[in-house]
Design a protein around this ligand. Sequence first.
Ligand code: ASP
Length: 592
Amino acid sequence: MYRTHNCGELRMTHVGQEVTLSGWLQASRDFGSMTFIDMRDRYGITQLVFNIEDDEGLCAEARKLGREFVLRISGVVRERSNKNENRATGDVEIVVKSLEILNASKTPPFTIDDETDGGDEIRMKYRYLDLRRNPIQQNIIFRSKLAIETRKYLADQNFVEVETPCLIKSTPEGARDFVVPSRMNAGQFYALPQSPQTFKQLLMVAGLDKYFQIVKCFRDEDLRADRQPEFTQIDCEMSFVTQEDILNTFEGLTRYLFNTTIGIELGDFPRMSYDDALRLYGSDKPDLRIGMEFVELNDVAKGKGFPVFDSAELVVGICASGEAANFSNKDIKKLTEWMQRPQIGAKGLVYVKVEAGGFKSPVGKFYSDEDLTKWVEKFGAKEGDILFILSGEEEKTRKQLSELRLEMGKRMGLMKEGDFKPLWVLDFPLLEWDEDSNRFHAMHHPFTAPKKDDVSRMLNGDHETMKSLRADAYDLVINGSEIGGGSIRIHDRELQSKNFDLLGFTKEEAEAQFGFLMGAFEFGAPPHGGIAFGFDRLCAVMSGQSSIRDFIAFPKNNTGRDIMIDAPSTIDNTQLDELSLKLEEESSAAKE
Ligand code: ASP
């Protein structure tokens, strides 16, 4: 028998019992007459004692053991004389009677402890050792809990879990496809799914009614911080539903997950239109922990002789309030420089300090106290507050102010751990005009339906009309992270075909790529809609962490490589040949 208990289990109630434990050697301390060993497994750490007076041979053996050796020991539980309150098993220790080395270990390349001395690369290379560390292991266990609870909730709501294929044809979600060459169909390729979108819609046509899947998706995107080329979604689709039904179902799921896994009551989620989100926060995923809504000042700041504002399309600001807003002139100078970095590109930052009996501002000479009082009223600012104001071209200025707002949130300590602010962002535009490529892109994806009231405008309207179409498309945002997104879908061939047309597909291209879907719509497709949650991100956000990587057992690094198994890698010529991928020159060289 390898064990009677695990390493996190023994308490005072076990004192006197003979036990057997197996685990890894976390640390050992040798005091000459006594040797202590901390033995670790997934459940915790238990202290072992070897006493020279009890068994000299055994003690000598224990001294020779190295870190990460795998051991089985038997012994008797006793109360510790000097207890460790920070450890669940800290009241007891085991006086070891027998010891067996189950496996030796080389010295690990980094410390396997909560805090480690290992850099990113080395920990990725030895991911199986990094995964032995408690914080990472807890993340993976948390992920498992979340998946299990998700299944419970959705199963309770009558959802059916269906697996959709990985070897498919392109499903566009705005990224490039990973492709897989087919050996049996020379010169042809499968694409890995960017999402199961078309399949889940076909499952609705098939009458499955409520589908879900915790599913891998693959997107070949340019490198961006904290993206993974393969990631996991909680993917869902429902028939005979309105947007309201979907929001309620998935708000319910989110509340349930927060409640059962981290004991947080989220309450009702506020809702905001996409337009309002941009107007009030300059972002379609605002972090509502911060507050600081944008206030527009065009009517009170322009026309007073300050040329920068006079020539601006938009003058807009935020108000930093409370004690944390005690910014010295030096702080403000630093903040201005931060805003002027090329990543943000603000020309300058105007501030107004609201002080007892007056204002302090570098633009003071253009504005009387009376003028500035009007500004302050708009913000509802009070003594001690500071207004930060940007100006320029509308869209750019809002984006810059959004960055400033987030930075202020950080500096003022407003993004508190354990504080969760969910938000539904609704009414996204259906299409987005792209100046560079001179064509429309689907804001969500090409299967998203326009709002009912916009259908006839979509079918009959002119080019400009298309820019104003709205969709029943929604995002769930928590603390500024996009957790999920979805939409009501088109379920009608004519409208779907019109959408492909607007997105720049020729009839032939649309037919070749999505004929199967449009064909299915002709066989009694029910009205349907759905949503997908980014599962890795949900894990990270719920745990108050910023990186999704630590919630993925075997992640890729930021150049898309798995440096542990060394993938991607080249393949040999025989394999290339089998896949009909042998380079032309090589094949002709071979013939000669
Ligand atoms: N397929 C979409 C996505 O991956 C989600 C959805 O519309 O249900 O973002």
